[in-house]
Design a protein around this ligand. Structure first.
Ligand code: MG
Length: 429
């Protein structure tokens, strides 16, 4: 590193096998076993898996049916979103202690810009090792940290820092990888094009047709050619990335726009009562996540995908924010009542948006059966219920008890649930 040249200042933190590691943490008898968190049913998807499962070729987003073929002895768990959200809150608390320049990317991932804090906190590599130690001490979980001049390089570096699974056993990763500017292009060019942001299966296929397999291959293709083959915007973007140019800044404190839970069913559902039971259960899950994030929500959305894959969403915005499963369930159930399930419902989701700080004072409710029901103040519990009841009347006025039709009630900010917060991996059965 030359005199006066600042070290790369962007960190990417990513928990190792997050959901699966939390399951092993909470049940040590699972240690060393292939554990898969995801939907075990015919349409289920792997959400997370331990390195012992990865050794068999299992990876996240893989259909569960395929995962079971590869690793028949795998232990499937349905996942506990409230618990993941709780630990995620602790992780983001640790990150916020380091710098306010944190951009959260889902539950277990974030970018940090420490370039302005080097004098105070030391070299980014030292910050990264300190962060890893603290995550391990406070959460008893492992994370990987990548460091680079850009978000793209930092993200690729954190992947390089992770452990690797093989049939011979787990190969521990370095935990922290820093990519110095002078080796950046060599590092980048060794990756497959699929590693770049914006290269999905369709783009990858078109690039393969050009004979492009690696980022290095991509960098050698003239920008003009890429723009012709991929369109101007995509061609320019990929050409820049291949040359190590990623100007996207770390954008701190981007609040979550929504928190949601959705599931694909193993067979299409037609029965209103059954759908309502699912909606109420999902509402409880959304409430737990809201409390984990210390937020309350003003807008509740119900989303359905029909058997023909068409989508319908219905939203309602309350005058007050609500936090309880009961209240969210009331609103969601009345939104559901306006949707006709006669064509068969394949996917159902409940989400909360219009998020505001503060999920109630910390007064614990014990139902007496040992269930964790979170914490909620008595007054906000009552208020929540009152507001929801008023909303239900308004929804009935607006949509009717069994209104049918294509009227989509999508609000501008309220509907799209960030994929990382979803539970799109399908049902357990
Ligand atoms: Mg992760």
């Amino acid at each position: 590193m030359g005199d006066g040249v600042p070290p790369p200042g962007i960190l990417h933190v990513d928990m190792d096998a997050f959901f699966a590691s939390v399951e092993v943490l909470d049940d040590p008898s699972l240690a060393g076993l292939p554990v898969i968190v995801g939907g075990a049913g015919a349409r289920g998807v792997v959400a997370s898996c331990t390195y012992e499962a990865r050794a068999f070729g299992v990876h996240s987003a893989m259909p569960s049916v395929r995962a079971r073929q590869l690793c028949p002895q795998a232990i499937f768990l349905p996942g506990r979103h409230g618990r993941y959200a709780e630990i995620s809150g602790q992780l983001h608390g640790i990150l916020a202690d380091i710098t306010p320049m944190v951009e959260p990317i889902g539950l277990d991932e974030a970018f940090l810009n420490v370039a302005g804090a080097i004098r105070m906190l030391g070299h980014p590599e030292k910050i990264a090792y300190g962060l890893r130690d603290r995550v391990r001490t406070d959460l008893s979980l492992d994370c990987a940290v990548g460091i680079g001049r850009s978000k793209m390089i930092a993200k690729l570096a954190s992947r390089a820092a992770k452990p690797r699974a093989s049939r011979a056993g787990l190969v521990p990763g370095p935990g922290v990888v820093l990519i110095e500017p002078d080796v950046e292009l060599a590092f980048l060019h060794g990756h497959k094009v699929e590693a770049l942001w914006g290269v999905g299966p369709a783009t990858a296929k078109r690039l393969h047709e050009l004979g492009v397999r690696t980022v290095g291959d991509l960098a050698a293709v003239p920008g003009e050619t890429l723009m012709r083959r991929l369109g101007k915007a995509s061609g320019l973007h990929l050409s820049a990335l291949a040359h190590g140019e990623d100007p996207s800044p770390v954008t701190p404190n981007r609040p979550a726009k929504s928190i949601g839970h959705e599931e694909t069913f193993s067979h299409d559902l037609l029965d209103r009562a059954q759908l309502e039971r699912h909606v109420l259960r999902m509402a409880e899950s959304v409430a737990t996540m809201l409390r984990g994030a210390s937020t309350a929500a003003r807008t509740i959305t119900v989303k359905v995908k029909f058997s023909d894959l068409s989508l319908q969403t219905r939203s309602y915005t309350l005058s007050q924010a609500i936090t309880t499963g009961g209240a969210i369930g009331q609103v969601a159930a009345s939104l559901l009542a306006g949707i006709d399930p006669a064509d068969g419902i394949r996917l159902l989701g409940v989400s909360a948006s219009g998020l505001v700080e503060g999920g109630g004072d910390q007064l614990s409710f014990d139902l007496g059966d040992g269930r964790d029901v979170g914490t909620q103040s008595a007054t906000s519990l009552e208020q929540s219920w009152h507001d929801a009841t008023a909303a239900v009347d308004a929804i009935r006025d607006k949509f009717g008890r069994s209104a049918v039709g294509a009227a989509s009630m999508v609000t501008e900010d309220g509907v799209q649930v960030p994929a990382r917060r979803d539970a799109p991996w399908g049902p357990a059965r």
